[in-house]
Ligand binder design. Structure first.
Ligand code: ADP
Ligand code: AMP
Length: 205
């Protein structure tokens, strides 16, 4: 099963993906995580992607499509988180899947207003050792766990990322609506409620 998680930054996609991995054995492919790893390791991709990411802009489509071509598992249950983010990426994915004789089974739209996104991103913290996502208020890290804040979770970059989402990524909502495989979850609810809604709508209960 191939599921795409679509929605603004901070909607809770990564949080829900980590739970589906833990409880339903999904593989989680996050282009954001892959890019941050590439930046950390100063790979050729990381060196090219770094400045776009720091500015809150999208990394060029050709680099992202090449990355997904390399990382997309051929088998198993997969969540694509943060990809596709443009119509061109969605078209490239369709082509890739067609060649593999596969398809997108469901696209989950995480619906959440900007104010919530801003509050979630400003309070987001990451455990760099495990990649686990926390929030200073909604999901504080356990005592003794050292967390960091992402550079692009600073207010000026958050604003830019929301603009980029609206202009370049939101058009994917209609793209997948027309294909008939869009599911919508109310992502303003608690993590447990969102998870229940998600597994119900995906038929995984
Ligand atoms: P995304 O992957 O969509 O960018 P994350 O999963 O990283 O979003 O979540 C953004 C922040 O919001 C994190 O700090 C996370 O702990 C918090 N968060 C996620 N889901 C919820 C929720 N349902 N209610 C409150 N906070 C949440
Ligand atoms: P994320 O972790 O999903 O919030 O992504 C962090 C940053 O990585 C984004 O702001 C972009 O700069 C870059 N990025 C992640 N996924 C993509 C993608 N599919 N297309 C272009 N840029 C991406």
């Amino acid at each position: 099963m191939l599921v795409i998680f679509l929605g603004p930054p901070g909607a809770g996609k990564g949080t829900q993906a980590q739970r589906l991995v833990a409880e339903k054995g999904f593989m989680h492919i996050s282009t954001g995580d892959l890019l941050r790893e590439a930046v950390k390791n100063r790979t050729p991709l990381g060196l090219k992607a770094k400045e776009y990411m720091e500015r809150g802009e999208l990394v060029p489509d050709d680099l992202i499509v090449a990355l997904i071509k390399e990382k997309l598992p051929k088998e198993g249950n997969v969540i694509l988180d943060g990809f596709p983010r443009t119509i061109a990426q969605a078209e490239a994915l369709d082509k890739m899947l067609e060649e593999l004789g596969k398809k997108v089974d469901a696209v989950v739209l995480f619906e959440v207003p900007d104010e919530v996104v801003i509050e979630r991103l400003s309070g987001r913290r990451i455990d760099p050792k495990t990649g686990k996502v926390y929030h200073v208020k909604y999901n504080p890290p356990p005592e003794g766990v050292e967390v960091i804040q992402r550079e692009d979770d600073k207010p000026s970059v958050i604003k830019k990322r929301l603009e980029v989402y609206r202009k370049q990524t939101a058009p994917l909502i209609d793209y997948y609506k027309e294909k008939g495989n869009l599911l919508v979850v109310d992502a303003t609810k608690s993590p447990d409620e969102v998870y229940e809604d998600l597994i119900t709508k995906l038929g995984l209960k």
